[in-house]
Every structure is written in structure tokens, then in C-alpha cells.
Design a protein around this ligand. Structure first.
Ligand code: PLP
Length: 287
């Protein structure tokens, strides 16, 4: 269903029209980016891996010592109610939790009431052109902090990376570690096909444990595609394909990096097969 009525957001314990949804100027999310978030996809009322997103939200909160504002079951119900009020065929649900409101000071001594915000937007269809010809990227030294495994709302480096990508006419900036290994994109995990194996950086403090990453690795294992979680470089011989994954992109081929074609410059067969397996799984979920 297309939505014509105004969007509704959950903020400060109630549903309100999005235009009227506000938080306090001393919210620590606004002052310090002191919070975490999730983006969840929902197709015709079916959420993709909602449990995994909720678990990651819990993990992110635990990592920065924010107590979940509601038990996970209640959060889940609020997410479902938010979707019911904004029922796009293809929706993305944004959930943000911050430490709460307090006079501005880095140190916060008392336990605050965390702020919980839920918004829903239409999830745009992937661009046909990009699927047919592949996305493009640039690589840059990683500007981010040393806890990229936490899904923090402090996204300044990612914003700068995305803007730099845009200014170069490409889709994504991919971060490199000091040895030149590909870590991940500003809002995507990235993978290569090297010697017919699916290769991606292992989970550590330098990458987010993407829900789509995990799904892709599971599908690869299920279809007996060999997987290697290890640091890798674009310059490796035997590298024929690259791809990126995220909740909003599923699997997207990446066919050009720093102006140089990857493989034969067209979306690779393994990438497109993986994408198809993932879409098949989404369809099966919808039932
Ligand atoms: N890596 C980063 C830095 C991200 O911000 C995201 C998504 O926002 C991802 C990877 C992909 O994660 P997921 O597949 O859970 O959407």
C-alpha cells in the first residue's frame, strides 16, 4: 500500500504525527551522539530478521551501558504498531535509543530515562541501473572510532564518506585499515569473490556485524560456497567480484572501485546468485 496520510512517529512514550515529533535540546543524542540505532526492513508486513535486529539493539545498548527503555518484547510490539500506522509495502523502520535528557555535561552520574524514537519510511526499490551495471565505490583510510561493532548514532565519518562518494559520482566509500585491507562501507558490509571463495573481513571492532552479512554467509554455507572471514585487499590476484550488503540494499554488486573495473566490470555471477538466493528467502518469508 502507498501511504498518502502524514507519517506517525513514536517519541517520548506516544505516537504523534511525524511533523510534531520532537525531543528535548538537551537530549544526549543531540548533544553527544550518545545513543544507538537499528534499521529494519519490512515487506508487506513481514519483518526481516526482526529478532536479530532486536538482539543487536540490546547488544549496542549493553555496550554503552544504556538500559533498554522497554523490554525487548514491548519494543517489538511498538515496532509492529509503528509499521501498522505507516504500512508501506516496502518499509524501513528506524529505531533510535539515546541515554536521555540531562544538563549538558560529558559525565552523567544518574540513570536517565532513555529516549526512544521509532519512525517508518518507504524503503526505495533498488535502482534497476545499479543492479544491471553494478554500484561503484572509492576507498579511503578509516576515519572512524575503534568500536565500529556498536551501531552508534555517531555517524559523522560515515556522513563525510557518503558525501565524498557523492562528490566523486560513486555510490559508497569503503574504509581501509592501515594495511590497506577493505573493512566495510559507510553503511554496508563488503565482500569479494577471490579464487571462487566468498571473502569478507572478520567480525571485530572495525566492522559492524551486519544482519545482512550474517544472512549472506549463512546462504553461502547452505549452498556450499566456500567462505573465508579474513582481511583482504582489492589488489589480490584471483579477485573477480565485489559486492556490498545492507538491510536497505540486500546484496548489491560493486563493479568499479577508485575508477577501476572489478573483474570484467559487470555484476558477477556469484554475486547475482547470492542476491537471488536472498530474494528467494525474502519471498519464502512472506509466505
Ligand atoms: N556496516 C555499517 C557501518 C552500517 O552502517 C550498516 C548498516 O547501516 C551495515 C554495515 C549493514 O548492516 P545491516 O546488514 O545490518 O543493515
Amino acid at each position: 500500500m502507498k501511504q498518502n496520510k502524514p507519517l506517525t512517529a513514536w517519541v517520548n512514550g506516544r505516537f504523534v504525527p511525524l511533523d510534531e515529533a520532537t525531543v528535548h535540546i538537551e537530549d544526549r543524542g543531540f548533544q553527544f551522539a550518545d545513543g544507538v540505532y537499528e534499521v529494519i526492513a519490512c515487506f508487506s508486513g513481514t519483518f526481516l530478521d526482526l529478532d536479530a535486529h532486536l538482539k543487536r539493539l540490546q547488544r549496542s545498548c549493553d555496550a554503552i551501558a544504556i538500559v533498554l527503555p522497554r523490554p525487548l518484547k514491548e519494543l517489538e510490539s511498538l515496532i509492529q504498531q509503528s509499521y501498522a500506522l505507516n504500512p508501506f509495502d516496502h518499509a524501513m523502520i528506524y529505531v533510535q535509543i539515546t541515554r536521555g535528557v540531562a544538563p549538558r555535561s560529558h559525565l552523567v552520574k544518574e540513570q536517565l530515562q532513555p529516549t526512544l524514537v521509532i519512525t517508518v519510511r518507504e524503503l526505495p526499490e533498488p535502482e534497476e541501473h545499479k543492479l544491471a551495471h553494478g554500484a561503484s565505490g572509492i576507498t579511503r583510510p578509516d576515519l572512524r572510532w575503534k568500536r565500529c561493532d556498536i551501531k552508534s548514532i555517531a555517524l559523522l565519518a560515515s556522513v563525510l564518506g557518503k558525501q565524498e562518494a557523492e562528490s566523486h559520482g560513486v555510490d559508497e566509500t569503503f574504509w581501509l585499515d592501515e594495511q590497506g585491507h577493505l573493512l566495510e562501507g559507510c553503511a554496508t558490509n563488503c565482500f569479494a569473490i577471490i579464487d571462487h571463495k566468498l571473502v569478507t573481513h572478520p567480525l571485530d571492532h572495525q566492522v559492524l556485524g551486519g544482519i545482512t552479512r550474517k544472512m549472506l554467509l549463512r546462504l553461502a554455507h547452505a549452498h556450499e560456497l566456500q567462505v573465508e572471514e579474513r582481511p583482504w585487499k582489492l589488489s589480490e590476484t584471483g579477485l573477480t567480484e565485489c559486492m556490498m550488503t545492507s538491510t536497505t540494499n540486500a546484496v548489491m554488486p560493486v563493479c568499479q572501485m577508485n575508477g577501476v573495473a572489478i573483474g570484467n566490470g559487470a555484476p558477477g555471477s556469484v554475486t547475482m546468485q547470492l542476491r537471488q538466493w536472498m530474494l528467494d528467502e525474502f519471498e519464502a518469508l512472506k509466505g
